[in-house]
Design a protein around this ligand. Structure first.
Ligand SMILES: NC(=O)c1ccc[n+]([C@@H]2O[C@H](COP(=O)([O-])OP(=O)(O)OC[C@H]3O[C@@H](n4cnc5c(N)ncnc54)[C@H](O)[C@@H]3O)[C@@H](O)[C@H]2O)c1
Length: 304
């Protein structure tokens, strides 16, 4: 994309900041973030002359005025309460951010003359326990956690407000995103951090549960391509590579020359044993796209 005005909500986050780095050289960017994490990036943002940062909560009524006066060509909505555990412990707070916050932004979109809206939803969390694998976009939505329910509601709000209007939209359902500089709540950075400190790594269950992953550079490139073409629709974004958690452990173990064995602890109730997403819809749209395989992605994560 070039010469566009882009709002990135949650632009200090793992995905949001990676998008900002991709787009900043040829576009103008406004980051809306309440600084609830990654505050160290505030100084880094100052190096990007085309970027502005506003410290604002997406649930704040002022958002409407801010969005209207910036008048963006694109809004990429990544800001969210992202922890499943926090969503269970504080469901009202989770819903306020993920549901009311999304509504707040979309209502502002409808006051613009033109805008492409992209919601970053969730892959695994909205589908719940799969009826079949790999899970495609037509699979029933049956989320288990308040986080998953709130992402499903955010999708519904997007469709209710924008489908069949002059505003184009896209809903992205990523699998587990990974890459360098990700917060430690996620499994790969957590394993890396523990191994680097030579501490014991705990694995829930027997290590055979499976997930699929998407490398940060891949999802950033796919978002770029969808935005460029202003393609409407709902898309899984995943490598479609089903990986056991013990394989992640073993690959990192060998890369980091870590000697300890994992400690197996009881699986969390309600945790899905196996899930991975069908990515054929996005590959039909972006032909010849090659997803980074987990081995190469982990090497890049460690070297960056
Ligand atoms: N990381 C993954 O594996 C993954 C997988 C599927 C979906 N997602 C979704 O992708 C999006 C980005 O995830 P991430 O990993 O970059 O998360 P992150 O936690 O790194 O970033 C979220 C950002 O949003 C900001 N934020 C949170 N609440 C806010 C609020 N009320 N107002 C304004 N800003 C607020 C935070 O300060 C942070 O900078 C989220 O919507 C998440 O649900 C992430």
């Amino acid at each position: 994309m070039e010469s566009k005005k882009i709002i990135i909500t949650g632009g200090l986050g793992f995905l949001g900041y990676s998008l900002l780095k991709k787009f900043q050289s040829k576009n103008n960017i406004l980051v809306i973030d309440n600084l609830s994490s990654n505050v160290h990036k505030i100084e880094e943002i100052k190096n990007y002359k085309s970027c502005e940062l506003i410290n604002l909560d997406i649930t704040d009524n002022k958002i409407n005025k801010v969005i209207k006066s910036y008048n963006p060509d694109y809004i990429i909505h990544t800001a969210a309460q992202t922890s499943v555990i926090n969503s269970i412990n504080q469901p009202e707070k989770n819903n306020k951010i993920n549901i009311d916050g999304t509504r707040n932004i979309i209502e502002s979109v409808k006051e613009l003359s033109d805008c492409f809206f992209m919601l970053i939803s969730s892959g695994g969390a909205v589908y719940g326990t799969p009826n079949y694998l790999p899970v495609d976009e037509n699979h029933i939505l049956d989320p288990i956690s308040p986080y998953g329910i709130s992402k499903m509601e955010a999708e519904k709000i997007t469709l209710e407000h924008l489908k069949d209007t002059k505003y184009k939209y896209s809903i992205i359902r990523p699998s587990n995103i990974y890459g360098a500089h990700q917060k430690e709540a996620n499994v790969i950075p957590k394993f890396i951090s523990l191994m680097k400190k030579n501490k014991t790594v705990s694995i829930y269950g027997d290590g055979n549960s499976t997930r699929d992953y998407v490398f940060i550079d891949d999802i950033v490139e796919i978002i770029n391509k969808i935005c460029e073409k202003k393609t409407e629709g709902i898309f899984n974004v995943s490598s479609n590579e089903e990986v056991k958690i013990i394989e992640i452990f073993n690959k990192l173990k060998s890369e980091l020359d870590y000697k300890k064995n994992p400690k197996y602890i009881s699986k969390v109730d309600g945790e899905i044993m196996n899930i991975y997403l069908d990515n054929s819809k996005i590959l039909n749209l972006i032909r010849n796209f090659k997803f980074t395989n987990i081995g190469n992605g982990l090497k890049k994560t460690l070297s960056d």
